[in-house]
Design a protein around this ligand. Structure first.
Ligand SMILES: Nc1nc2c(c(=O)[nH]1)N[C@H]1C(S)=C(S)[C@@H](COP(=O)(O)OP(=O)(O)OC[C@H]3O[C@@H](n4cnc5c(=O)[nH]c(N)nc54)[C@H](O)[C@@H]3O)O[C@H]1N2
Ligand SMILES: Nc1nc2c(c(=O)[nH]1)N[C@H]1C(S)=C(S)[C@@H](COP(=O)(O)OP(=O)(O)OC[C@H]3O[C@@H](n4cnc5c(=O)[nH]c(N)nc54)[C@H](O)[C@@H]3O)O[C@H]1N2
Ligand code: SF4
Ligand SMILES: [Mo]
Length: 724
């Protein structure tokens, strides 16, 4: 056990040293926080995922705790155009509650919407979903995971009946004979994971990377396939085509454990390598070498990340790789399988407990009568009181302030002004709202245009649980209480629910306004508890019997077992580190093949917009940059946006390294210095999305959505590049 003796902090308690995890990405590296006289120190900590490693972001995470930009008082805007000014908590909360009441009285309950984030703890994600459905009674809630995990999630559910990022422990990567990474730049996005890649190669394994750029990850690969953005589906079908032709398909597995192969086989027949070379730019010889490495290895793992998934055909693209994995007999075979690398700190748990438009806790569907009855029982409401499914993140953001759309939005844990596709449109919709409320610990670009900003606690100031990329439930532990003037998200939601008058259905004798008593369903205590441990106990009951069943997971078990893998239905039964050993959670126990065809990107290049744009991340910045742009060493390492382009393209455009360039699409423009590099395809340019203002690449990106997951096409659109 590595979680140490200091594990026992509960809400409110503080210690000098605490064993916790990094606030940022889904790797959730183990770290120890230590209080010294004048600061909080980060020390790497052994945990099964990071094995003692941290990246720069983790090392410097504590610098935001006492940062001068930290918000320590609520802010309100008195009228449109006025500056935000400091306000007391009662004033700010009154403003929120009176605004919600007025808007709902005039326009109905759905006129108030909620936008959450995959960085929120399980307790917060759960409470936010419950707050929307019970306290606000709105169907309109969705979250930034729609921009992140949704395509892989939808494909996983379609094929396997379940969506858990990695269905096996991360350590399996180190023992794979062949490992395929599709659109994943882990050397920058999850640096400590690279030690598994090194281990894998030291054992003689083959690493294949598919990426339009020769990234730091691709440079470590045995074989790098460099397709045009948006053509991975064709590549996957070609790999299957070759596997069929060479006899590498595991017929026994296909017969015994899957359904639907025949149709997929017929589709793959038309993806002969020469045709796919035409479509993708990947040479036939590379397709053949990749197929051989995948088809003839003992242990083979295929992983996708955002490069494959953030497309208007992201679900079908992931499906094509799952088809390949199934044909090779990988899922459920020890040391082999398909997985998706989740992104945000709680990218996995954040999508299980009800902040998604169509979802109730435990990965239940909100349109399933049995699910509604179960969750309504836990919440102490009648099933018919629960709203139905809402609309997806981008559709929600672009409906704001329109005649039939929501008039108020509450944002917890996202900065869509920077991170949403077609961000100029999203920003103007946010400005059209009657009431925008943002809970954050810094003045993010979204907080800056809000009517009310609520200062909330940071990770080192709260307890809770997070579910990492392996489906392992971990504990976040508080080192210190929030600074004066700052409240936790749970405390804010509890207070708002209380003021909205939906804190309970049973008024205590004497009618006190704060001392709510719970219903039969919730036991005693308030309906919206602020104590994360109490919330977790309720979440366990709400998730019981669902796909993501946390019923058997307790904080004590998490401490004792280095985290517990879901599903874990009983306290005395083990968690599930590896899925699919005996079958798939589909009605017939078989995994489903689904035929998928290549199609063009929503926006193809043309004479006016002749270059492909793709977007992504750099090592030293995180997401919208609201946190990491404020951390001095990270700012020094990555001070601003840039446009990566090939020297041949630059020469055609008359652009030199460092020149300011203007990138224009049908939707908007962005300016940044050119960075010339031979590592990118000459038909493609790349920009990171961590910066705001003129350097905001999401002013340019496409808002085409995947028809199933509603994932925006962040990874390809057509642009024009010129010297500014
Ligand atoms: N430093 C850092 N780390 C992070 C984050 C961060 O913001 N910064 N965010 C976290 C989150 S939320 C996420 S979701 C993960 C994301 O982790 P990744 O998915 O690894 O990150 P990205 O940079 O978005 O995309 C990965 C790669 O996809 C490539 N790509 C672009 N288009 C295509 C395509 O059409 N096909 C293929 N095959 N590849 C393509 C890009 O060139 C890029 O190198 O990172 C997590 N970790
Ligand atoms: N062009 C392009 N755009 C992209 C992507 C891409 O690859 N290309 N990737 C997409 C992906 S994968 C993702 S995940 C999104 C992420 O984009 P965002 O949703 O904007 O994510 P963050 O920047 O992490 O925003 C989190 C905000 O909430 C605050 N915050 C952090 N933790 C908490 C908390 O516990 N409580 C509260 N109240 N606030 C908190 C932070 O300070 C920050 O302001 O961006 C998407 N946008
Ligand atoms: S890899 Fe992710 S979890 Fe680990 S230190 Fe870096 S940002 Fe934090
Ligand atoms: Mo993400």
């Amino acid at each position: 056990m590595t979680d140490g003796a200091q594990a026992a902090t509960h809400s409110g308690d503080v210690s000098q040293e605490v064993a916790t995890h990094c606030p940022y990405c889904a790797l959730q590296c183990g770290m120890t926080l230590r209080r010294t006289a004048d600061r909080v120190e980060v020390l790497p900590r052994q945990f099964p995922t990071n094995r003692g490693g941290l990246c720069q972001k983790g090392w410097t995470a504590a610098e935001l705790l006492d940062h001068p930009d930290r918000l320590t008082t609520p802010l309100v805007r008195d009228r449109p155009g006025a500056e935000l000014r400091p306000a007391s908590w009662p004033e700010a909360l009154d403003r929120v509650v009176s605004g919600i009441r007025r808007i709902q009285a005039e326009h109905g309950r759905d006129a108030v919407a909620v936008f959450g984030g995959g960085g929120l703890t399980n307790e917060k994600a759960y409470t936010l979903g419950k707050f929307a459905r019970v306290a606000l009674g709105t169907r309109n809630i969705d979250y930034n995971g729609r921009f992140c995990m949704s395509s892989a999630a939808a494909a996983g559910i379609r094929a396997f009946g379940i969506d858990r990022g990695l269905p096996f422990p991360l350590a399996d990567l180190g023992t794979a004979d062949t490992l395929l990474l599709v659109g994943a730049n882990v050397a920058e996005t999850m640096p400590p994971l690279v030690r598994y890649l090194i281990e894998q190669r030291e054992r003689g394994g083959t690493l294949i990377v598919i990426d339009p750029r020769a990234t730091a990850t691709a440079r470590q690969a045995t074989l790098h396939l460099q397709p045009t953005p948006g053509t991975d589906l064709a590549v996957a079908n070609a790999l299957l085509h070759i596997a069929l032709a060479e006899g590498w398909v595991d017929k026994h597995y296909v017969d015994a454990r899957t359904s639907g192969f025949e149709q997929v086989r017929r589709v793959a027949a038309s993806y002969w390598p020469a045709r796919v070379e035409q479509l993708s730019g990947v040479p036939v010889a590379d397709l053949e070498a990749a197929a051989r490495a995948l088809g003839t290895a003992g242990r083979t793992i295929i992983l996708t990340a955002r490069g494959a998934e953030q497309h208007a055909k992201g679900v079908d693209t992931v499906t094509a790789f799952i088809n390949l994995a199934l044909a090779l007999g990988l899922p459920g075979r020890p040391g082999s399988g398909y997985g998706c690398l989740t992104g945000q700190g709680n990218g996995q748990g954040g999508r299980e407990h009800g902040q998604k438009a169509d979802q109730l806790p435990g990965y239940r569907r909100i349109d399933d009568p049995a699910a509604r009855a179960h969750v309504a029982g836990v919440w102490g409401v009648r099933p018919e009181e629960l709203p139905g499914p809402g609309i997806s993140a981008y559709e929600l953001l672009t409906a704001l302030g329109t005649p039939d759309g929501p008039k108020a939005l509450l944002v917890f844990g996202s900065n869509p002004v920077v991170s949403a596709p077609r961000a100029n449109r999203v920003e103007s919709r946010l400005r059209d709202l009657d009431l925008l409320v943002v809970a954050d610990f810094v003045r993010s670009e979204t907080a800056a245009i809000a009517d009310v900003v609520l200062p909330t606690a940071q990770w080192a100031e709260e307890d809770g649980t997070m579910t990492n990329l392996e489906g392992r439930v971990l504990r976040r532990r508080a080192l210190r209480p929030p600074p004066p003037g700052v409240r936790t998200d749970l405390a804010v939601l509890a207070e708002l629910a209380d003021r909205l008058g939906t804190g309970s259905d049973v008024e205590p004798a004497g009618g006190g306004s704060t001392a709510r008593v719970g219903s039969a369903g919730t036991g005693t205590g308030p309906r919206f508890p602020a104590d994360p441990r109490v919330v977790f106990e309720e979440l366990r009951r709400a998730s019981a019997g669902g796909v993501a069943d946390y019923a058997g997971i307790s904080w004590e078990r998490i401490d004792a077992e280095d985290g517990v893998f879901w599903p874990c239905p009983t306290e005395d039964g083990a968690g599930t580190a590896r899925l699919f050993a005996d079958g798939f959670p589909t009605p017939d126990g078989r995994a489903r093949f689904l035929p998928v065809e290549h199609r063009a990107a929503a926006e193809e290049v043309c004479p006016d917009y002749p270059v492909y744009l793709t977007t992504g991340r750099v090592l030293a910045q995180y997401q919208s940059g609201a946190q990491t742009r404020r951390i001095a060493p990270l700012h020094r390492a990555a001070p601003g946006a840039f446009l990566e382009l090939h020297p041949d393209l630059a020469a055609r455009l008359g652009v030199l390294d460092g020149d300011e360039v203007l990138v224009t699409s049908r939707r908007g423009e962005m300016r940044a210095p050119a960075r010339l590099t031979g590592t990118i395809r000459p038909d493609t340019v790349f920009a990171p999305f961590h910066w705001a203002g003129q350097a905001r690449i999401n002013s340019v990106t496409s808002d085409a959505l995947d028809p199933v997951s509603r994932m925006p096409e962040f990874k390809v659109c057509a642009v024009r590049v010129e010297k500014a």
